[in-house]
Each structure stands twice: as C-alpha cells, then as structure tokens.
Write a protein that binds this ligand. Structure first.
Ligand code: NAP
Ligand code: HSE
Length: 440
C-alpha cells in the first residue's frame, strides 16, 4: 500500500471537529477505498485547551494556521477557519505556494480570491478542492466542474443557505420568531461565525459567485450580485404567500441574458407545488439548466458539521487517489487564465412576476390610484386584493396585495416610487419577486 496521506487541519470548530472524528472512526474503510491511509498529522485552532469532543492528543499542534501551512510535515492543508482575509487567506496562499494540495469549505475566501488562488494551484500543479463551499454536502461543484463539461449552462439557481431556509421554514410551520429560529440555527452549527452573512444574503452571494464561474466560465464577480436578505420578511408575508399558493425561499439565481449574466440573491416566492418550494429546514437545492442534459436538481443537507465534513472528506479522498504529476482538472472548471471577464446584466432589466404588499390608509380612491400607477408603468395585474390588518385594533389602515404578470424590475420600481409619492401609504411597501422553476 502507498504511504499514508498526511493531512493538516486548520480550524477545529463545527466542521473541523466532525472531520477529525470521521477520519479517525473510518480509518480502515478509507484506507481500502483510497488505496492508502488518510492520517491527520497536524492541527491548529485558536484555543488549544478547548474540549472539542475529539482526541487530538497524538496529533501535532501548531500555534497558528500560517505556521501549520508553512512548516507541518503534510501533503494536504485543510482550511476550516472561515473568512475572506486573515489567517484563512494567508495560510491557504502559503500552503499552495509551498506546493501542498488544499481543501477548503470557505466560500467567502473563494468569492474574494478564488481566481488568484486557482492560478497558484494550477501553476504548482496541486489540487484546490472546495466541494463543501457550496450547498454543504451536495456534490454540486463536481457536477458543474466535471460531469457537465460540454453542456452550455443557461441558468443555475437554488436554495444555498441552510440557516435562512431553516428560519423561513420554522417561522412558517411553527410560527416561531425570526430571532428564536436564528438562535437555534446557530446552536445547531448551521450559521456563519457572523450570522449576518447568512441572513443578509452574503453567504448565498458568495456561493452563487462560485457557481456562476463554474457554470459560465467567467471570472468571479461576487460584488456585482444584486443582494437582498431575509430580515425584512415578516410572518404576514409568509402567510400571504401561502394564501396565494406560494412559499418564500431565499434563492440565488444566475442566468444568461442577452445583455449579460444576471446574478441575484433575494427572497423569492415559488409556487407551492414545485419541488423547490417543498425543500425545508437546513436542506439545500441547486438546479442547473443546460442544453444537452436539460434540467438537473440536486437536493440534500446544506449545512452542519457532518454534512459539510462529508464533502471535505470526499475532496481529501480525491487527493489520496490522485497520481503525483497527473494532469489536474482546472480548479474552476476552466483554467484560471482563460476565464472570461464577467459581463453583468442590469437588475432593472430583470423580467418576472412580482408580489407587492402595501399598507395604506383606509380611504376612498386608494385602490383606483394603485391600479392607475400600475397601468401607467405597463404592469398587468394577475390579482389585487385587500386584506384586513392582522392587528385588529388598527382599523385605520388596510393591506393591499398585488400580484403582477411578468413585467420588468424597472417598471415595478417606478410604479412603487409613484405610489410612495402619494399620501396614503402607511408603511414601507414590500416587494418580493416570483420565480417559476422550469421543471421543478
Ligand atoms: P466554526 O465552528 O466557527 O470554527 C472555526 C474554527 O476556526 C474554530 O476551531 C476556531 O478556533 C478556528 N479559528 C478561527 N480563527 C482562527 C485563527 N485566527 N487562527 C486559528 N484558528 C482559528 O466554523 P465552522 O462552522 O466549522 O466553519 C468553518 C468553515 O466552513 C467556514 O469557512 C464556513 O463558512 C465553512 N462552512 C461551514 C458550514 C457549516 O455548516 N458550519 C458549512 C459549509 C461551509 P477555536 O475553536 O479555538 O475558536
Ligand atoms: N452558514 C451556511 C448555511 C453554512 O447556513 O448554509 C453552509 O455553507
């Protein structure tokens, strides 16, 4: 049997501790499958004394990730710290420049520096694997990078943040508050160290940027993504969506249009009877539309220690099985130097249906005025209805809900601005885009 693959792990939190435990518990099976043993020989985290529920007493401890990357006797550097800058970024760069293979689950880092890091890996002829960085345990990176080679992808979209999907599901099904659901997602190890990255949509944007690069062969452009998180979604929106036959999901969508690539992350109403609408809790779903294969949907655990460690372990096993000096699959599907510039489609030209919720003063003429503002902007309405406010003590205002036929973002923004200029609004309008998945 070949020599053991020596693995150094930086970060022993939710994912790192699960990974160490799984590698130790499955040592024999892994050696058989990979044709060589996989051994964790070096680790680091911030606090050496913290009880992590794993035995690391025989593993060399390094005081910093940078020292581990530079000095440890390892073949693979696994980065499970997180963050686009600092220790994670420095140590990954050090490891690649040293000619070590790298595995990371860090989407923030890849969204910020993925092309640069891919270029170093390709120059050094080492692997930079990152299956866990998008949609947790779902093997979507390999699917796009390898299995769909030759297909022309037209759209990638999905539920890519377990924390948000967990919050929206529990708010809808159990009537729990946003804050309580978020606390529970943090306790379960789903949320980022800074959970605002989850709920404000940044984490989904990082993942979408990576998928866009793999799908369309363009350079990563995370800061070009239109971004809205779920913090403005109220239980009233969730109930109104349900009444209309929809569920609200935080979707990331990247699609080719005539004017460029549209990349957007926002709460989205999807028809109740679609598969994607039924994806609940921490589960993620990624749909890929391409010309040869057609529509593909992958659904599975999107966050949590074991689900994520499963993807990290798959990446390590690929390295264990790879031949030294063999031709490598380009890190981002296309060689880093050949990635095309990203051409952005303007969000205002986005086309689709819209849900608009307005809180208005209860007086004559309001309904007609709203309908007129819509017509002036060429917006055709599928439905318009008035609902009583959930707060029964408030009989001075009413909720009006509009659902539009397909229109443009530009028209909707102009119509909503015109309504805001009237005197009858009693609250900020809520606008939620509607998405109708092709096959799912
Ligand atoms: P975590 O529980 O917060 O663990 C982070 C680990 O990094 C901790 O062990 C921490 O040390 C260590 N660390 C932080 N800063 C450090 C520094 N400057 N030097 C040395 N060690 C440092 O995070 P996680 O949930 O495991 O996530 C790790 C990575 O996986 C992130 O990139 C995350 O986005 C990604 N990811 C997570 C999930 C998930 O479901 N959790 C899913 C997919 C991807 P201490 O323990 O001593 O504090
Ligand atoms: N915080 C992320 C999520 C972890 O909730 O989806 C998985 O990337």
């Amino acid at each position: 049997m070949a020599d053991a693959l020596k693995v150094g792990i930086a970060g022993l939190g939710t994912v790192g501790a699960s990974l160490v435990r799984i590698i130790q518990n499955r040592a024999n099976e892994l050696a058989v499958t990979c044709g060589r043993a996989i051994e964790v020989t070096a680790v680091t985290a911030r606090d050496k004394s913290r009880d992590r529920g794993i035995d690391i007493s025989d593993i060399a401890w390094f005081d910093t990730p940078e020292m581990l990357a530079a000095e440890a006797d390892i073949d693979v550097f696994v980065e499970l710290i997180g963050g686009a800058q600092g220790a994670a970024a420095n140590s990954v760069r050090t490891a690649l420049e040293r000619g070590l293979h790298v595995v990371t689950a860090n989407k923030a880092l890849l969204a910020a520096s993925g092309v640069d890091l891919a270029a170093i890996a390709e120059e050094k002829s080492v692997l930079l694997n990152f299956e866990a960085a998008v949609a947790g345990g779902i093997p979507v990176i390999k699917a796009l990078r390898e299995s769909l080679t030759g297909n022309t992808v037209s759209r990638v979209y999905g539920i890519m943040n377990g924390t948000c999907n967990y919050i929206l599901t529990r708010m809808e099904k159990e009537g729990l508050s946003f804050a309580d659901c978020l606390k529970e997602a943090q306790r379960l190890g789903y949320a980022e160290a800074d959970p605002s990255f989850d709920i404000e949509g940044n984490d989904t944007a990082h993942k979408l940027a990576i998928l866009t690069t793999l799908a369309f062969g363009t350079r990563i452009a995370a800061d070009e993504i239109y971004l809205e998180g779920i913090t403005n979604i109220s239980i009233e929106d969730i109930h109104a969506a349900a009444d209309l036959g929809y569920r609200i999901k935080l979707l990331g969508v990247a699609q080719k249009t005539d004017s460029g690539i549209e990349q957007r992350v926002h709460p989205t109403m999807v028809p109740h009877d679609t598969v994607i609408a039924q994806v609940d809790g921490v589960t993620n779903a990624v749909a890929i539309e391409s010309d040869i294969l057609g529509e593909l949907l992958m659904v599975g655990p999107g966050a949590g220690g074991d689900a994520t460690a499963s993807a990290v372990l798959g990446d390590i096993a690929d390295i264990a099985k790879s031949q030294p000096g063999a031709q490598r699959v380009p890190v981002l599907g296309t060689p880093a130097a050949a990635l095309a510039p990203y051409r952005r489609a303007q969000m205002r030209s986005h086309e689709g249906g819209y849900f608009i919720r307005l809180t208005v003063a209860d007086r004559t003429g309001v309904f007609a005025s709203i309908a007129a503002r819509m017509a002036e902007n060429n917006i055709s309405l599928e439905s318009i209805m008035q609902r009583a406010k959930p707060d029964v003590s408030d009989d001075t205002s009413k909720t009006i809900i509009l659902v539009t036929h397909a229109t443009t973002e530009d028209s909707v923004r102009k119509a909503v601005d015109a309504i805001k200029a009237e005197s009858y609004l009693a609250g900020e309008p809520q606008v939620i885009r509607i998405e109708r998945p092709k096959a799912f």
